[in-house]
Write a protein that binds this ligand. Sequence first.
Ligand SMILES: [Zn+2]
Length: 273
Amino acid sequence: MSFSLVSGQLNNLWIGKFSIFPDDVFVHGISTRHGGVSQGALDSLNLGLHVNDKVENVKKNREKFFAGLGLKLNIGVSCQQVHGFGIAKVTKEQAGRGMYAYEDSIPGMDALITNERALPLMLYFADCTPIMLADPIKKVIGVAHGGWKGTVKSIGRKTVELIVKEYGCQPADILAGIGPAIGACCYEVGSEVAEQFQEAFPNFAQEILTKSTDEKFHLDLAKTNKLQLMEAGLAEEKIDVANVCTACNNRQFFSYRADGGRTGRIAAVLSIR
Ligand SMILES: [Zn+2]
């Protein structure tokens, strides 16, 4: 398993790809910050419509990234991502939601699932963990937004559980990709956050939290998401972890922390062919 940046079909476009997802069944990619038209702190492939960028710029950037994946932008679906743990089951009727206007995104949700072909799910990130799920047997997908709040509320595990309930998937069949996110190296949290993780994940709290100084802890979000997917029944050898820290690599990706809050958004896109 591996995560690597490959050159897209268009110039100056790089696409993050997990080797775990078979390309004949799924289309997927994680964007970088390069190759777009946005300027300043949003330089340049900002894909978020909620970060005070010009809508025209975001539209151009999204169209370019989708074109790089061989997809048309008007069939994608986004949700508003409110740092909660709501999961929406989406169908073709929602194709296009949130592609051209944030207000039109599916409200109140932080994860999307579907079994419809050619319905790309698209979520946005700047340090939070992209969680991508794909069952090649039942042909079902899900994408979740794992910030610390969603992660501590087990949005990844809940997304697996909903896929199992709604589509009859077997957890052991599900492939997962955990994308670039702020690493334990750069993600320091206070004891009030650390305590919530200790309470939520008693089985592996010691593996995800490292005490630093003054009641501060380094938290490993990607590992927390990997371990909760394993508790949901996924096999370790089917979870592809990028192991890329967005804060250490903020010249390649957008990082809320490393860029001081004013930054753009990368996206994770997943679709069934
Ligand atoms: Zn780092």
